[in-house]
Design a protein around this ligand. Structure first.
Ligand SMILES: Cc1cc2nc3c(=O)[nH]c(=O)nc-3n(C[C@H](O)[C@H](O)[C@H](O)COP(=O)(O)OP(=O)(O)OC[C@H]3O[C@@H](n4cnc5c(N)ncnc54)[C@H](O)[C@@H]3O)c2cc1C
Length: 471
């Protein structure tokens, strides 16, 4: 029987294992599959904890409906009934000059598509609004040279839109800074819209019409952000069941991969043991993949090491509802860098989703660190909690002691897609292609979200199974 080893038990590795097993089963070609994970638990960045009727997400809390692969996998795994929409109150606040202002209704990402709420908004100044509206008249960019996200937003919508809306939104999603992020790899849709409509506003208006039409036709009604009733950990549990415990090795850290005799690979583990494999899929962070592959391809390893990662932390706090005077009438707020705060954003978790806190309590979470404030991630728990509580007191007026606190640190967990990222991924793929039987996947390459990871996992599993057939 052919041997397939998958390294990394995050969503990328688990989804790859699941798809590879499905595909080999369909072909009637059983495979000996082993998934190796260095920690004592599966899930990687996905980590759900249940404490006294609170469902706490340490890492991601949702996936996007618009990118259908995560939803499709959940449904395939029989979790359709467990999918949870967001609640109705979909407002988001942005902190500006110390006060929370609503992101005007109709904004699609950073682009206004509803006239009156935009005009009435207290968030953007009049000159800022006029500058944003100029997007309707600014011609397309002529050269093919990739812009940073910041250059693009400044050119089309102006400086105020960048500082007050685009920058904090992007910091919330990528924990990065738009000045260095490549537009093509992070928001390719904006480029397509500019190309097709000559204006972001015109393009987003057309999209809004399309979305409304498709929402009417769609089957079960879904919201833009989705999760599972018991948290994303349910998904990991189901994947573990489907893959089978016997195929999963926890506390097994891979240090190196070597090509042995007759093209058979040796997978070296930190405990000194080794496994043989015909095919290896590396679903580890790119800097780990670089170390594993170094001896086989130094050049590939060097390119992998040029993908930088940023650290962040999440701090979840629970309160009795009566302790908080704020109406909590939104999903939370984001914080522009210009506000010089020590948190990037706060999600009002139990407002955004049901099933997250008991009836008389609320669950909030704050994001710390990211490209602009990475040093804060190394604060000890007591200090980090003090910082977060000071900020929440200042911004939302919360004074009382939380009834529950959970802190999760995510060291070097968010890959940064800089200008030129897609070309870099092209070179990585070329070099990986030279190593027959080795495949790589994960959030460092073709999309940082969990749905992108699932999408790439399916493609890579297909390629690996094809290879196994011929090996
Ligand atoms: C705080 C936070 C919030 C986020 N929020 C969202 C969100 O709401 N929605 C969304 O779509 N995305 C979100 N993301 C991004 C998303 O979590 C990641 O893109 C995705 O989970 C990455 O999956 P992965 O499998 O590629 O990597 P990881 O989850 O990092 O998994 C890699 C695995 O490899 C293991 N490993 C490492 N080295 C070795 C080794 N040598 N041997 C064996 N195993 C090894 C690790 O222990 C880990 O389990 C968030 C990320 C963070 C950090």
């Amino acid at each position: 029987m052919k041997r397939l080893v998958i390294v990394g038990g995050g969503i990328a590795g688990l989804a790859t294992a699941y798809f590879a097993l499905e595909k080999t089963k369909a072909l009637g070609e059983p495979v000996h599959l082993q998934l190796l994970e260095e920690k004592d638990r599966l899930g990687g960045c996905i980590l759900t904890e249940k404490v006294n009727d609170f469902v706490i997400e340490g890492g991601p809390d949702c996936f996007l409906y618009e990118k259908p692969w995560a939803l499709a996998l959940c449904e395939k795994l029989g979790l359709g009934e467990r999918i949870l929409n967001t609640n109705e109150n979909r407002r988001v606040f942005i902190l500006s000059k110390g006060k929370l202002h609503e992101l005007p209704e109709g904004f699609m990402l950073m682009v206004p598509t509803s006239f009156m709420p935009f005009i009435r908004s207290s968030l953007i100044s009049w000159p800022g609004k006029i500058r944003m509206a100029m997007d309707l008249f600014i011609p397309r960019k002529r050269s093919d040279e990739e812009e940073s996200l910041a250059d693009f937003v400044r050119r089309r919508l102006g400086k105020e839109a960048l500082e007050k809306i685009a920058e904090p939104l992007v910091a919330g999603i990528h924990a990065g800074t738009p000045e260095t992020m490549g537009l093509k790899s992070t928001f390719p849709r904006f480029l397509q819209i500019e190309e097709e409509y000559g204006s972001l506003i015109r393009g987003m208006l057309a999209r809004r019409k399309m979305v409304r039409k498709w929402e009417k036709q769609a089957g079960p009604r879904r919201t833009m952000f989705l999760t599972l009733k018991g948290g994303l950990g349910e998904w990991i549990d189901r994947l573990r069941e489907k893959i089978g415990e016997e195929r999963i090795g926890l506390k097994r850290r891979v240090t190196k991969v070597r090509r042995g005799e007759r093209g058979i690979y040796q997978v070296q583990l930190s405990d000194g043991t080794a496994l043989e494999a015909d095919v290896i899929i590396l679903a580890t962070p790119s800097f780990v993949t670089a170390r594993i592959i170094e001896e086989m391809d130094l050049e590939l390893s060097k390119i992998l090491l040029t993908i930088p990662y940023v650290s962040s932390a999440t701090v979840s706090l629970a309160y009795r509802r009566s302790q908080i005077d704020h109406p909590l009438d939104a999903f939370g707020f984001i914080v522009p860098r210009s506000e010089k705060r020590r948190i990037m954003a706060s999600t009002w978790t139990s407002i955004k989703f049901n099933h997250r806190a008991p009836r008389d309590a609320v669950l909030l979470r704050a994001f710390v660190g990211g490209a602009n404030n990475e040093g804060l991630v190394s604060l000890d728990d007591e200090e980090m909690l003090r910082v977060v509580r000071e900020e929440l007191k200042d911004i939302m007026g919360i004074e009382g002691d939380p009834i529950l606190v959970k802190i999760y640190r995510w060291e070097k967990s968010m890959p940064q897609y800089l200008v030129g990222h897609l070309e870099k991924v092209g070179r990585i793929e070329e070099r990986v292609g030279l190593q027959s039987g080795i495949f790589i996947t994960g959030c460092a390459y073709k999309g940082i979200g969990i749905s992108d990871a699932v999408h790439d996992a399916e493609i890579v599993a297909e390629k690996a199974v094809e290879y196994l057939k011929g090996a």
